[in-house]
Design a protein around this ligand. Structure first.
Ligand SMILES: Nc1ncnc2c1ncn2[C@@H]1O[C@H](COP(=O)(O)OP(=O)(O)OP(=O)(O)O)[C@@H](O)[C@H]1O
Length: 332
């Protein structure tokens, strides 16, 4: 378990982490989300005592990191896969880590095997691809067979097979009762991996909740209907006290009524339906909705001044209507 209490980090005028209080529990994968610059890496560095808090505390299984006897046996972390001695072979890199943490030599071969690097164990890591470097970093995190694992952007540089592999690895580690804390910008991946979410924006806690509740609370769910006799369907729905909104493409959208009830209503009135589909926003949409106010760095989808219409012949985005404005509108 990792417990943060009022964790705060100030760099000069910049409050990077602002009074974070939360608990990362064992037995599940907890996702750590936030827009760029939200303070995720700073928080993870403070958890590992690589940066000292301006205020507040982090406890790892009830102890401060620096009180841990052999830290790698308690917490394994992948923060920056490039932070290793590139001149050493993968095997020697892990052996040095093992020897300085009282971990048996035999464990090196085991973790190399787990991450699929046995065949390149004797090669220098500076020749490794980004994905191989990530795997070596993950091997280092697993070396001490720790109860707590932290991964900052672990799927960076991994191919689809590698992404699938790390997803299963994290779930397996959690199912063994370990604490697994992972940050990622890949929302679709996070949605498949994490059961619980901690979301921060501008250093502050925005949400600490289950994945399902997070999506339900921060997005709209509705049912989409399409019928050849739209007007009759609208009348039937109105007669049942159900309000439907007609979209530009001729669909109906209904909030607050289950698809089953709508289908039964249509059947009772012998109305043909061509579509009856419950719609739930994705984690990405829910995340954008929640963090809209705390995004620090906005990109703009509008072409540079004088560039004319975007490729494909669409209309140029109006002034002030960049990426941020688009999704704010969508989410409102
Ligand atoms: N050593 C430092 N000195 C000064 N400011 C820093 C330092 N480290 C981080 N910051 C600032 O603190 C804020 C939080 O940065 P941090 O890297 O923790 O965010 P992040 O959520 O990990 O971002 P990203 O998703 O882009 O990796 C940013 O505004 C960053 O510029």
């Amino acid at each position: 378990m990792i417990e943060l209490q009022g964790l705060t980090k100030r760099y000069g005028d910049k409050l990077a982490v602002d009074g974070l209080t939360c608990t990362v529990r064992p037995g599940i994968v907890t996702g750590f989300l936030g827009p760029n610059g939200a303070g995720k890496s700073t928080t993870m560095r403070m958890m590992l005592d690589l940066d000292s808090p301006t205020a507040g505390t982090v406890l790892i299984d009830g102890q401060h990191y620096r009180q841990l006897k052999d830290p790698l046996r308690t917490v394994g972390a992948l923060l920056d896969a490039k932070a290793m001695h590139g001149g050493r072979s993968a095997h020697n890199h892990l052996l040095c880590l093992a020897q300085s943490n009282g971990i048996p030599r035999s464990r090196v071969r085991e973790v190399l095997d787990t991450v699929g690097l046995t065949s390149v164990a004797g090669k220098r890591s500076k020749g490794f691809s980004l994905g191989m470097g990530q795997r070596l970093g993950i091997a280092g995190a697993l070396l001490g067979d720790p109860r707590i694992l932290m991964f900052d952007e672990p799927v960076n540089g991994l191919d689809p097979e590698g992404i699938h592999w790390i997803r299963n690895l994290m779930k397996n580690l959690a199912s063994q009762g370990r604490t697994v804390f992972v940050s990622s910008h890949l929302m679709s991946e996070m949605a498949l991996t994490a059961e619980h979410l901690i979301v921060i924006g501008q250093g502050r806690l925005l949400a600490d909740t289950s994945m399902a509740d997070f999506i339900a609370q921060n997005s709209r769910s509705y049912v989409r209907l399409r019928a050849p006799e739209t007007e009759r369907l609208l009348d039937v729905l109105a007669g049942a006290g159900i309000t439907a909104v007609t979209t530009e493409d001729g669909h109906l959208e209904v909030d607050g009524t289950e698809a089953a009830r709508l289908g039964e209503l249509a059947a009772r009135h012998q109305l043909v339906l061509h579509e009856l589909s419950p719609q739930q926003a994705s984690l990405e949409e829910a995340f954008m909705q929640l963090t809209a106010e705390s995004v620090e760095y906005h990109a703009h989808s509008a072409p540079p001044v004088g560039a004319g219409a975007p490729p494909g012949g669409g209309a140029a985005v109006p002034p002030g209507g960049g990426w941020g404005a688009d999704w704010r509108k969508k989410g409102s």
